[in-house]
Design a protein around this ligand. Sequence first.
Ligand code: FE2
Length: 310
Amino acid sequence: MSIVCIDPVVAREKFLKRPFELKHGLSDHPLFSLQRLVELAKSLPRDRIEYNSGKVAVGVKPEDVPKIDMPAEDVIRTIETANAWMVIKYVNEDLAYNELLKAFVEEANAAAGKKPGDYSDLQGFIFVSSANSITPFHFDAEENILIQIKGDKFVRTFDNDDRKLVSEETLELTPSRHRNTKYEPWYEKRAALHALKPGDAVHMPYMVPHWVSTGNSYSISMAMTWKTPEVLRLNKIRLVNGTLRHYGLPQKPPGISPKLDALKVMAHDALRAVLDPLRKSESIRRFLRGLIYGRNANYYLEGQAKKAGM
Ligand SMILES: [Fe+2]
């Protein structure tokens, strides 16, 4: 049976360009039961799981997001009452989830008329959220299909073509900045609402700003993300720009100077060749983030650090 149901006409017009809705056949898949998610959380390093209170405002300041003092497995077990928001990151590192991701994204790409395997960095992020919780306004630096498994989810996607909502500077990439982005009430006029039930999905292209709320029961969903060669190129430039700005050297956005863009891509690749072998260890990943970007780079680990004995 097909696990993706996608209108080929819509897909060819909007895929990787504009948000649109589609359907999937994974709502009853055993990989998304609470028990299986508890096992998954236990099997992953601590920095692969991020969670906090789901009772926040859409435009909450990152430092004001309340933490939850409880191990991740307990948050999942009690998700009906925990008032929590959680993301289990990089579930693609588990073979079973990876197989599912590959099958899904390959099928969606084929429906949109893309060449097989014309992407990389296939990753999965499972969101486990209590009723009426909020994922504040933000954007993601990858292509994305969000599939709804359990409960209702309301996804607002925003038109940001003229950079009025999220500036080019904010689109620069640096771990020292919290994912949540400034939000003003007038932005809502530019929102498209996608009301997702189990079996529904929405495609969110690269850096489309969005905020999300759950309905009156807990929600499970998975973001399936991947990067095209163009996304990889833009991210390298935006990471270099964000890092240079951190050191007081603001840069022009990608596209203004192709020669400078190419130089930044080369510099990025050279540095990664040195750092990547070191990043296999969680403690070295944390050390490197802190060394290059300051202590804020590990912001999402601080709330539960004491509890986890770190
Ligand atoms: Fe997101």
